[in-house]
Design a binder for this molecule. Structure first.
Ligand SMILES: [Zn+2]
Length: 331
């Protein structure tokens, strides 16, 4: 077992001041479990879990972990929390609302790739959402939603769309975890070797390969990445997208879904949007999400649209961790 605190500290040391969007990877309860010897002093506050003495103490703001069963989430465990986090933990109605929104964005046939849903406090990592594989073959994923960053419904929706973009492009149908980097002739995501016809391999081979060496040289320093992005900004839908191909495709997917209208022009950024339109199943996904979020062009009811504007989230103009192909703790 790795020591999560050492990993976290090391990750912080490696991070840049503004490049630290995905600075930790593990939110595995097995890695973070520590028994707090204190007895529960608020028995009235934990009616559904009267004795939480043995609950693990999360080191990354974990509050409540659910397992996903079809349409429903079932509590797997509460983490030992106090104060405001305890109030968040007890707000199970809010947890259900977050899950309901997630279901509006991720249809059932894609939710089969998810088996865990984590409610957490994003202050520790500075993240609003993340995904992490729960099976090494990439067949199952956990999604985390920061309950303290959920006041803006549109930004929350954008976060979930972006995070879904990672699961969509990094799951075992798209990426082969068995093939190591040395034997991978396609884009290696970090989790595995992308399949030839995968979305992310098409994106990387068509729109990154010619500048790959420049990216590799630039990715470890902030100033170099700023220069890289300035030079190639017409290739990216947001600055965050230039972090790496994994973040790029999540941002391209989110832009494809949230933008009213189709492709605008012929820049490489727009060619990436076209890549999405080239796949009918992605167009179906786009329609599913937009209808469920009450896109104004499709909604006939009085329900308020919570479809976010493309690239409207507050971290769009930042970089993430260039060494992580998915946002494990996205800022
Ligand atoms: Zn991300």
């Amino acid at each position: 077992m790795k020591n999560i605190k050492l990993v976290f500290t090391f990750a912080i040391l490696l991070s840049f001041v503004t490049f630290n969007s995905c600075n930790t990877e593990e939110i595995d309860d097995g890695l973070t479990t520590t028994v707090n010897p204190d007895t529960n002093s608020n028995p009235g506050d934990t009616t559904d879990n009267p004795d939480n003495t043995n609950n693990p103490t999360g080191s990354d703001g974990e509050i409540t972990l659910y397992t996903i069963h079809g349409e429903n989430i079932i509590k797997k465990q509460d983490y030992k929390v106090t104060g405001q986090d305890l109030a968040y933990q007890q707000d199970t109605k809010k947890h259900q609302e977050l899950w309901s929104l997630t279901k509006k964005i991720i249809p059932a046939n894609y939710r089969t790739k998810m088996n865990e849903f984590l409610i957490y406090n994003g202050d520790v990592s500075g993240s609003s959402g993340f995904v992490i594989e729960t099976k090494s073959d990439l067949s199952k994923w956990q999604m985390g939603v920061a309950i303290n960053f959920t006041n803006d419904q549109k930004e929350l929706a954008y976060t979930i769309i972006h995070e879904f973009g990672h699961i969509l492009t990094l799951n075992n149908d798209q990426v082969d975890a068995i093939i190591n980097e040395a034997n991978c002739s396609n884009y290696y995501t970090g989790e595995g070797c992308s399949k030839t016809a995968s979305y992310i391999n098409k994106l990387q081979s068509n729109y990154w390969a010619d500048i790959w060496e420049e990216f590799i040289k630039a990715k470890d320093t902030e100033t170099a990445m700023e220069s890289f992005y300035t030079k190639y900004s017409s290739r990216y839908v947001t600055q965050y997208a230039s972090t790496n191909p994994g973040e790029d495709i999540a941002e391209v997917f989110a832009t494809f879904v949230t933008r009213n209208g189709g492709v605008n022009g012929s820049s490489i950024a727009e060619q990436k949007i076209q890549l999405m339109y080239n796949h009918n199943e992605l167009i179906e996904l786009r329609n599913y999400i937009r209808n469920n979020l009450g896109a104004s062009s499709t909604s006939r009811s009085n329900k308020k649209s919570i479809l976010p504007a493309p690239g409207s989230w507050k971290k769009a103009n930042t970089f993430g961790n260039p060494n992580k192909s998915h946002c494990s703790h996205k800022k």
